[in-house]
Design a protein around this ligand. Structure first.
Ligand SMILES: NC(=O)c1ccc[n+]([C@@H]2O[C@H](COP(=O)([O-])OP(=O)(O)OC[C@H]3O[C@@H](n4cnc5c(N)ncnc54)[C@H](OP(=O)(O)O)[C@@H]3O)[C@@H](O)[C@H]2O)c1
Length: 345
């Protein structure tokens, strides 16, 4: 696309004031961003939906209003800033990105350092699914445990039929860990084959689409499986409903990686609760595990490679249109999704 054909305005899902689903409105004539020196302008084909988008929309996480929702997208490069030559990008390249720039819109100006090319073998939809959820799963089971789990030791991963943790369980197996997964009955069919050595299937909460964490004594099961030792690493994106269970399942010098709040924020935890097992806790975020261009390239290439060679089974659950952004948020927040949710722009 020649720069002269880039329009002045575009459709965008804009949050003017934080709140419920109604906080998102479709603006048909939002200004197309100007491309900065270090940026590329991308004509988005898809935006990836993430729980964090609902937190910014609701105001749980803070962002100055008005803003365009979304921080993950994929499309075609249509213009290059004057200082982007180091990144090997050309107009016409198919790319995906994670950046706090707004992606539920037709055009996004994205720092070139945050953009990666879509491998032909994978295609746009799968490559986009690899970004937030795939990269997160990658850092969680590769680095966030700080080496406190070794090959052939047990880890516990909640919600292995869901977005991030379908990936985390599969990558944990690639790393040589033994995996205990949990899933609600409603998502047991979405747990990737071979991702877990032991699967704990929980009842689905009444009238809901997620687990009832009281339906099975998870601590008892974990202790049975691990001969009373507990697990060396816990990957927990559920938050409120699982924080106590996590602390109780830790092995001596094990680590609880509390990376999300799908069931609500984790309540404050007294540090003395880690004393009985001299255990560790971390509350990491993706930005700190792709802080440099080198790290982003390393993780993205590793994840793309695992997808290409069939070691990672990636599921795109549902594609909504951008006009259905409210429905898409409602769907994500209901806990129904069994993989990546996308918006077609
Ligand atoms: N720190 C980071 O770097 C980072 C990166 C990405 C995501 N996150 C966070 O991690 C969390 C999970 O993200 P995700 O993309 O994996 O989400 P997801 O695909 O929607 O999975 C969330 C799962 O949590 C379980 N769950 C339990 N209680 C729930 C409730 N009340 N409502 C909804 N789900 C409930 C469900 O699994 P079951 O049916 O098995 O119970 C659900 O499928 C979110 O809080 C997200 O913001 C953090």
């Amino acid at each position: 696309m020649a720069e002269s054909t880039i329009p002045d305005t575009m459709k965008a899902i804009v949050v003017k004031e934080t709140g419920g689903l109604e906080a998102m409105t479709l603006d048909p004539s939002y200004p197309v961003p100007k491309v900065g020196d270090n940026q590329v302008l991308i004509k988005n084909e898809f935006a990836g939906l993430n729980f964090i988008d609902t937190y910014y929309r609701s105001g749980l996480y803070k962002q100055a209003c008005p803003f365009i929702s979304g921080q993950e997208g994929g499309g075609t490069v249509v213009a290059l800033g004057s200082k982007t030559e180091d990144f090997g990008l050309q107009v016409g390249d198919k790319v995906v990105y994670v950046a706090l720039v707004g992606s539920y819109c037709e055009y996004s100006a994205v720092p070139a350092s945050k953009v990666v090319k879509v491998p032909e073998s994978i295609g746009m939809e799968k490559a986009l699914a690899c970004m937030v959820q795939g990269l997160t799963a990658h850092y969680l089971v590769t680095d966030a445990h700080a080496g406190l789990i070794q090959k052939d030791q047990w880890c516990l991963i909640f919600s292995v039929g869901s977005g991030t943790c379908q990936w985390a369980a599969q990558i944990a197996k690639v790393r040589g860990f033994k995996v205990i997964g949990t899933t609600s009955k409603s998502k047991a069919d979405a747990v990737p084959k071979g991702a877990c050595d032991e699967l704990i299937v929980l009842d689905t909460a009444e009238g809901k689409s997620h687990s009832d964490y009281t339906s099975v004594d998870i601590q008892k099961k974990v202790m049975e499986i691990t001969n009373g030792d507990g697990v060396k690493c816990i990957v927990d994106g559920v938050g409120q409903s699982t924080s106590d269970i996590s602390i109780q399942c830790l092995a001596r010098r094990g680590i609880w990686i509390s990376f999300g709040n799908a069931s609500g924020p984790v309540p404050p935890v007294a540090i003395k609760r880690f004393t009985p097992k001299s255990a560790f806790c971390t509350r990491p975020k993706l930005g700190d595990y792709m802080a440099t261009r080198e790290e982003l390239e390393y993780r993205a290439n590793d994840v793309f490679g695992l997808v290409s060679n069939g070691k990672l089974d990636v599921k795109v659950d549902t594609v909504f249109s951008v006009e259905q952004a409210r429905d898409a948020h409602e769907y994500l927040e209901s806990g129904k999704s069994k993989g990546k949710v996308l918006l077609r722009i």
